[in-house]
Design a protein around this ligand. Structure first.
Ligand code: SF4
Length: 552
């Protein structure tokens, strides 16, 4: 009885489950069916199906019946079919509780109701019979709810299909639901960020945290040339030149970073892609080389980004926020040098001058003006940065000015390597969210570096790179001989230096920061992704929270 579904038909017909999502929340439908965002967590919404757990019940003629009808435009798998008094009746099994009306009578939830009606209509259309009703068993309270199929029900299903088709044509994501309780049970909440939108739209709103505080998956850095990453079952296998092997469960890994000439097998690349594990490359000299871009379903996201970032006035506003954010962090970092010490006149002057520059940012009328202001802030900041180094720091680790490509002293070697790691992490977050790294709002595509990643890096430079470098130097963590390699005028980190830096940097990312508006804390490694999602909200009419990261 089951029919074979061809790829072409799949594109034309709609899954019945998609109508369930539509009735639950149109935005959920859009995220799943159009943007193809699914979570690996099977518990997507209330009342899920129980195929695996349900034994065939007495009287069931069919289980997991696959049907499709092109005229109706639906396809789906019915949980079970029974014949009662000569009538064919579809059954759905739901794990949770039923809905109770004002008189405490068991009812189906609206999304479940539409789903069973859609199955009933699909059976009518595919088998050419009349189906009088569908039934839903709610297992938690062991209730069987009857849902009659009449003309109004058939109309409801057809209207829902039409609405779904309409949504599939647009690139605009529908607004968040007004029913907050639905979001608490929606596993796409960390992608949708409904509470953040409510908070941005109403300052007095107290959001609940739906975005996870941390991502404790490891970032695997492979530093030794000749090391090979392979796949074995559900694990990544790291084999060194001496043939010693370490295996790590894929679910514990968030990124694989190949430094220098480490190898990765094709099987491991496929596996990482399936498991949403980022793969990035950093050269032996510490330069970010690139990432494997596995975005497949982010067309609508990129179209929205193109539209928004083609508007110069919109870009200008984002740049103001970005320059303010970075400048404030730089200034606050210098202010830390004033704590508990006798006044440092160099720092005091720079802090005051930076404040004056920052005041001009909100009224800057062009990006070139903002570039000038940002340059002034950077000059004041880097000139004063040596004041944050403790007495007794060896002369080899002192800092006089910023130089790069290649770095000419140890301090700049540390900065350059740190910014490479940061660029890699920002790229990882951009690819996870599915935006286009090549299209930024501030940096121009003058080099091969992706402009959007360079833009977003500005938010994190001080807290994730500058601050841990100064801290580690002041704690005497660096060996000026063994942690660096000097070739003529060029200074690089040695392998031991890179290993040490990675440890310091990854530990810093584990630290938490409390969002000043949202009021919840999250680790910096989670914040990288949150910032990209908040940036995307800026062009979805849900903005207002982007670039709030300022050191305290
Ligand atoms: S989180 Fe809320 S608004 Fe977003 S898709 Fe889920 S139910 Fe809809």
């Amino acid at each position: 009885m089951s029919t074979t579904i061809t790829l072409a038909q799949e594109q034309d017909t709609l899954r019945v489950n998609a109508l369930h999502a539509l009735a639950y929340c149109p935005r959920l439908f859009y995220l799943e069916e159009v943007e193809e965002l699914y979570t690996q967590d099977a518990a997507v919404f209330a009342g899920r199906r129980l195929h695996a757990e349900i034994e065939k019940e007495e009287g069931e003629e069919w289980q997991e019946l696959v049907l499709e009808n092109n005229e109706l435009g639906l396809r789906g798998k019915v949980d079970a079919l029974r014949t009662r008094n000569g009538q064919t009746i579809p059954y759905e099994h739901k794990k949770g509780r039923c809905y109770r009306d004002a008189s405490n009578k068991p009812q189906a939830w609206q999304s479940d109701r539409l789903q069973i009606l859609a199955y009933a209509c699909l059976i009518e259309a595919a088998l050419g019979i009349t189906v009088p009703e569908g039934r839903i068993r709610y297992h938690t309270d062991n209730v069987l709810v009857h849902v009659p199929l009449d003309d109004a029900g058939r109309r409801e299903v057809r209207e829902a299909i039409a609405r779904a088709r309409q949504l599939k044509q647009t690139t605009e994501r529908p607004p968040i639901t007004s029913n907050e309780r639905l979001c608490v049970r929606c596993s796409l909440a960390p992608v949708c960020l409904p509470e953040e939108t409510r908070c941005a739209q109403d300052e007095s709103y107290q959001p609940i945290r739906l975005f996870p505080e941390d991502d404790d998956r490891q970032v695997i850095h492979v530093l030794e040339a000749g090391t090979c990453i392979g796949k074995s079952g559900e694990q990544l296998k790291i084999t060194k030149r001496d043939q010693s092997t370490t295996a790590i469960a894929a679910r514990q890994v968030g990124q694989v970073v190949l430094h220098s000439y480490a190898q990765i097998s094709t099987q491991a690349i496929y596996f990482c892609t399936e498991q949403d594990i980022g793969i990035h490359f950093i050269s032996g000299g510490g330069r970010y080389v690139g990432s494997i871009d596995t975005r497949a379903g982010s067309i609508q996201r990129r179209i929205r980004q193109y539209k928004a970032l083609s508007d110069p006035a919109f870009c200008l506003q984002l740049v103001r926020q970005l320059v303010t954010c970075r400048g404030q962090s730089q200034r606050k970092f210098l202010m830390r040098g004033q704590r508990g010490e006798s006044a440092n006149s160099v720092l005091a002057t720079a802090i005051e001058q930076m404040q004056r520059v920052l005041k001009q940012v909100p009224s800057a009328e062009s990006i070139s003006t903002l570039l000038g202001l940002e340059g002034n802030l950077a000059a004041l900041y880097f000139k004063s940065l040596p004041e944050l180094l403790s007495e007794g720091v060896p002369s080899e680790l002192q800092f006089s000015d910023r130089n790069r490509r290649p770095p000419r002293d140890r301090f700049n070697a540390l900065l350059s390597f740190g910014y490479s790691l940061l660029l890699k992490d920002v790229m990882n977050a951009i690819l996870v969210v599915g935006l286009e790294p090549a299209l930024g709002f501030y940096h121009q595509p003058r080099t091969q570096a992706p402009p959007l990643a360079l833009d977003l890096m500005e938010i994190f430079r001080v807290p994730l790179v500058d601050l841990p470098i100064i801290g580690s130097i002041n704690r005497g963590q660096w060996d000026v001989q063994t942690d660096f390699e000097i070739r003529g005028q060029q200074v690089w980190l040695s392998e031991s230096g890179r290993r040490k830096f990675i440890g310091i940097y990854e530990r810093r990312k584990e630290e938490s920061w409390k969002h000043p508006v949202l009021g919840y804390s999250l680790t910096y490694r989670r914040l990288l992704e949150l910032e990209v999602r908040l940036l995307e909200k800026e062009w979805m009419g849900e903005g207002g929270l982007f670039a709030q990261l300022v050191l305290r």
